[in-house]
Design a protein around this ligand. Structure first.
Ligand code: DCT
Ligand code: MG
Length: 518
């Protein structure tokens, strides 16, 4: 055995010994306590991972073997950004957007420098722009690997993209949504959609935008949008969005439309009458409020506070058990934001169908009657179906569908917090404690053969649904709505028993519900 080979064998043995020595990792001094590294084992293997973890600990880095809330930097080798996100989704960690996702080349640079190096863009796992694409084309061993897509290839319709709730660009998208809402209040649909589409593109980006170059080549980045982005990059906030938030008209419209039953039209009417606050509306006895608006004011506080996932699950049990009392084989599905994985919502949306040959138009009436008897129904408005057989889908992407539906407010009793000392208080009066919360619930009844289309439409997001319908019209010469898909060239309705089949009819890759948060 020559000397070189002998030393290789020796160092391998030494390494194996180190790896199997359980106490080693505890004995190093932590020099850099402001970052906590986690190294992904996927595609790396346990042996290499253990070696790298020991190496970093020896150099004074804090390295965790489990992914926990204390981790700040995740290092991956041979995994694209999307693969890392996919893996993260299966882990029980909260908001994964707080992690820095880094290529192994960052880790190697830290080990070489003997200290943490900046997690600059070349080390970050993210979408690459065209200049990075060229870099990757000339990739050679030793250079950091780049994940595999290009900014200019980001598709223009949100239904062609997978958008999770992991939003790296909240400070931009929040400003866009304020701008869009203000244009909606001004009934300027074009500008409103411009900001909503831009928000949707930035929600899809797997990295935070830090310079104008990051948005180069992306779709939906018009001048108005770019101005807002540029100012946020430079100043940390958008003066235009701030101006909107301070605008008297916007503030009044925002308050008015926060009431259940009040849309932009009513808000406009009240504002023109010189009314500006909800207090003024409530005090004005000459105003004629609809039944829906009266309920909106009555339960205002409960309705403006978000519905939680736990509340949605509790209401789901009530809806399922009541519906199944009358129709045992009914299929009751929670849709809307909760189906997309959101943790809160402004209401809870349900789709109800059954495999039977025809619909039971009485079902919804029976359900609400029972809730009325049980004292659970605070408000309800049943809209009867207006669907006409064989009617062509609506071309208006924001049109209401024709299903029989019910907009309701349910009384959800809440578990009492047992506070013994409070209960023992002499002045404690049970009657004064409100032990329920008013919750907005939408129930939609669909014929079984339209269920997949209804599910796709009611799952949203609104932007995702809009783009699906625009895509069908402009790219496929088809018309899509919540009832059906019509092929204009073949002049036939395309049947679908699942959402997957609808995506296939449209020639789109399937997008899971939690990836529709466009
Ligand atoms: N929808 C629809 N037709 C309607 C109303 C809604 O197709 N007449 C779709 C669009 C999104 C989805 O149904 C659910 O609507 P919302 O409850 O308004 O949206 P959400 O995504 O559930 O948002 P939130 O969490 O605020 O309830
Ligand atoms: Mg909803």
């Amino acid at each position: 055995m020559d000397r070189t080979r002998a030393s290789v064998v020796f160092s391998q043995r030494k390494r194996q010994k180190e790896m199997h020595s359980p106490n080693l990792s505890c004995s190093y001094e932590i020099k850099f306590s402001n970052l906590v590294i986690f190294i992904m084992q996927r595609k790396m293997g346990m042996t290499r991972r253990t070696f790298l973890m020991e190496l970093a600990r020896r150099k004074g880095f804090r390295v965790e073997s489990e992914l926990s809330d204390s981790v700040t930097h995740i290092v991956a080798e041979n995994n694209s950004y999307l693969e890392v996100l996919d893996w993260l989704r299966g882990q029980t960690v909260g908001d994964s957007s707080r992690f820095e996702l880094l290529d192994i080349s960052w880790f190697t640079a830290c080990m070489e420098a003997g200290r943490p190096v900046d997690s600059e863009i070349k080390y970050r796992l993210m979408v690459r722009d065209s200049s990075v694409a060229q870099y990757a084309d000339s990739w050679s061993p030793g250079k950091p690997k780049m994940p595999s897509f290009v900014a200019s290839e980001v598709p223009q319709y949100s239904c062609q993209r997978k958008t999770t709730l992991n939003n790296y660009n909240k400070k931009f998208t929040d400003a866009f949504e304020i701008m869009a809402e203000n244009y909606e209040f001004k009934e300027n649909e074009i500008f409103c959609l411009e900001f909503l589409r831009a928000a949707s593109v930035l929600k899809f980006l797997p990295f935070p935008v830090t310079r104008m170059k990051d948005i180069q080549g992306l779709p939906c980045m018009g001048d108005r949008v770019r101005d807002v982005i540029e100012e946020i990059i430079e100043e940390g906030e958008s003066s235009k969005a701030k101006e909107v938030l301070n605008d008297e008209r916007y503030k009044s419209f925002k308050q008015f439309t926060s009431v259940f039953g009040v849309g932009v039209k009513t808000a406009e009417k009240w504002y023109r009458m010189g009314l500006q606050t909800l207090e003024e509306i409530k005090a004005d006895k000459t105003l004629k409020l609809s039944k829906m608006q009266k309920a909106g004011f009555l339960y205002y506080e409960d309705l403006v506070s978000c519905v939680t996932k736990a509340e949605a699950d509790a209401v789901s049990l009530i809806v399922k058990s009541t519906v199944c009392t009358f129709l045992p084989d009914a299929l009751v599905t929670i849709t809307g934001g909760f189906r997309r994985g959101k943790k809160t919502g402004h209401d809870i949306d349900f789709l109800i169908t059954s495999p039977g040959p025809r619909e039971d138009y009485e079902l919804l009436h029976k359900v609400v009657d029972l809730w009325k008897k049980q004292g659970l129904l605070l408000y309800c408005d049943i809209i009867e179906s207006t669907f006409v057989k064989e009617q062509l889908p609506s071309r208006n992407v924001d049109a209401m569908d024709h299903f029989q539906k019910c907009f309701a407010i349910l009384k959800l009793y809440q578990p009492r917090v047992d506070n013994s000392s409070y209960n023992m208080s002499k002045n404690f009066d049970m009657a004064e404690v409100k032990d329920w919360k008013a919750i907005r619930v939408d129930l939609v009844i669909t014929p079984f053969e339209q269920y997949a289309y209804a599910l796709l439409g009611w799952t949203g997001s609104r932007q995702f649904g809009r783009d699906l319908r625009r895509y069908a019209t402009h790219e496929r010469k088809m018309i899509l709505d919540n009832h059906a898909l019509y092929d204009r060239k073949k002049r036939i309705f395309l049947k679908a028993g699942s959402e997957e089949e609808i995506f296939a009819h449209l020639g789109l890759d399937y997008v899971e519900p939690w990836e529709r948060n466009a």
